[in-house]
Design a protein around this ligand. Structure first.
Ligand code: PAF
Length: 289
């Protein structure tokens, strides 16, 4: 496994490579969800291809300094996990390596990022788009894999690739969950024991609404109330949003018509200062979990 700290050297190496390159962009603190993305990358490019991972806690996408300061950074452990997962190339830049002191170009998406996490976290998706664009350039990757848990991020990255004609295939990977249903996230490690024990109610609330939807409930208020009643029983959870949105354009859905497409019931909330997100897709034929 090759470890790079310098963007320029990595870019030159990748430009001279004839291999098919698949990138797994991460902010480190790797868990089984990331490992699933890495294994999918290997499946994509085969034994002769190049599986590349970035470990970079991107300051530009954090709206709260507290969150950035406390984001876990177990670099040695992450490198060991990459080695064990047979990753070929890892990039571990510092913020100074990624951003020139007077950097002044930002990639901003102006439609899908207005809703949900974009509304609660000003500048977050501009930070994501900018760093992902830079990583695509540095790695010269043919494809990149993202977790479906961050479905708004995924939709925005797909939009960026479409609108800027980027030659990168975007692959999504299903959310990996703990046995009690909690979506895996690097932030879970920061939950206190009480909060960790309470957190599976997020998935329980979302699946309650999904089950009702699958049984024919089409009243948006009733669906929301079912999920809300489970969320609100928590003595700890501070809800940021619970929103039903259109899967395509992420606009708020107030009524569900029989002919409509898929919807996403999306949640974000805080346990103390730890922000968690999750969602379910509601589709007439849904079997996906
Ligand atoms: O999903 C993440 O971990 C980050 O937003 C990403 C895509 C690595 C960009 O920093």
């Amino acid at each position: 496994m090759q470890i790079f700290y310098e963007a320029k050297l990595l870019q030159q190496t990748m430009m001279n490579s004839a291999q098919e390159i698949c990138l797994v962009p991460t902010m480190g603190a790797l868990h089984d969800g990331h490992l699933a993305l890495i294994h999918e990358a290997r499946r994509m490019v085969g034994e002769n291809g190049c599986v590349a991972v970035s470990l970079f806690v991107n300051p530009m996408q954090f709206d709260r300094k507290e969150d950035l300061d406390h984001y876990p950074r177990p670099v040695e452990k992450d490198l060991e996990a990459c080695q064990n997962a047979k990753v070929d190339v890892v990039f571990v830049p510092t913020p100074d390596e990624m951003y020139a002191k007077n950097h002044s170009i930002v990639i901003a998406e102006n439609a899908l990022s207005q809703a949900l996490c974009g509304a609660s976290r000003p500048g977050h998706f501009a930070g994501v788009c900018t760093v992902v664009m830079k990583l695509f350039q540095i790695f010269q990757c043919h494809s990149a894999i993202f977790g479906e848990k961050d479905f708004q991020q995924l939709a925005i990255i797909r939009r960026m690739v479409r609108d800027l004609n980027l030659p990168v295939k975007i692959i999504e990977h299903a959310t990996i969950r703990e046995v009690d249903g909690l979506a895996m996230s690097s932030r879970n490690a920061r939950l206190s024991a009480e909060h960790r024990a309470d957190a599976p109610r997020i998935w329980k609330a979302l699946t309650e609404a999904k089950d009702a939807y699958q049984l024919g409930e089409r009243n948006v208020d009733s669906l929301m109330k079912r999920a809300m009643s489970i969320l609100e029983q928590s003595p700890y959870l501070r809800i940021d949003y619970l929103s039903l949105v259109d899967e395509e354009n992420l606009s708020l859905v107030e009524t569900i018509a029989d002919s409509s497409g898929n919807f996403v019931l999306a949640f974000a909330g805080f346990y103390g200062s730890v922000r968690l997100i999750d969602h379910v897709t509601l589709s007439a034929q849904a079997t996906e979990m």
